[in-house]
Design a protein around this ligand. Structure first.
Ligand code: HEC
Length: 206
């Protein structure tokens, strides 16, 4: 039973990947872009939840089994923000995440976009870009544990937007951010479980 449900969810994402989203919602599925799944399609919310799960799994695996594992082994390779200009250095998990998001952004077949966002960004690229993004960041900070889902129109086109809280799950999260030279005047003192920012998924709607 477990195997078949895994198969169905992987299959659903594969369907999305092989069928561009606007087609999925109007042609392959139904034109109703609601939060409930349909027998023939996948709702934007389900799609966003699914890709978010993949992104976070990849980041966790990289952080745990690559970055932390190298450290444990005393390897001469470390994750360093300035990895490009250093020897024996690899990118930080947040940089891996951003570089992946940039490649997806350039890929016309991807059919959606994603990014890290924060009210207190170390990298200003992660500042909210729209009113809805701002509202979403405030919402996930004020309601810890909850996701934000909404819709917005940009340049005459409608988008479904999901923002998931990114929380201080490990000591390294708050230590590194709290001590970072980029922190501004109003930068909070992050502690365990604080919402440090959000992962944004934006999907075009028909
Ligand atoms: C060794 C330092 C370091 C560690 C550890 C670290 N971060 Fe970051 N984080 C950064 C840097 C540097 C950036 C900006 C990266 C870039 O250029 O895209 C960043 C970016 C972010 C962002 C996007 C907003 C921003 O500040 O630009 C969030 C959210 C975030 N980190 C959350 C976390 C969480 C949650 C953890 C723990 C699971 C974590 N970070 C661990 C250094 C770190």
């Amino acid at each position: 039973m477990r195997r078949s449900s895994t198969f169905i969810s992987v299959f659903s994402l594969a369907v999305v990947a092989s069928c561009t989203l606007p087609i999925l919602f109007s042609g392959c599925g139904t034109s109703e872009a609601s939060s409930s799944a349909t027998p023939t399609g996948i709702s934007p919310q389900k799609f966003a939840d699914g890709v978010h799960a993949v992104m976070m799994a990849d980041r966790t695996v990289y952080a745990t089994h690559v970055v932390t594992n190298l450290k444990k082994q005393g390897a001469p390779v470390t994750a360093d923000e300035y990895w490009k200009d250093s020897t024996n250095a690899i990118p930080l998990p947040a940089q891996m995440f951003r570089m992946g998001a940039e490649l997806v952004d350039e890929n016309p077949q991807a059919g959606f976009k994603y990014a890290l966002r924060s009210q207190w960004p170390l990298n200003e690229q992660h500042t909210a870009q729209t009113d809805l993004e701002q509202e979403a960041l405030k919402y996930i900070s004020d309601n810890p544990g909850e996701n934000f889902y909404g819709e917005e129109t940009l340049g005459g086109k409608k988008y479904f937007v999901a923002v998931y809280p990114d929380r201080a799950v490990a000591e390294a999260c708050w230590t590194c951010h709290n001590e970072h030279p980029n922190r501004g005047e109003s930068y909070p003192e992050f502690a365990k479980d604080d919402v440090m920012g959000g992962v944004l998924v934006r999907i075009p709607m028909p």
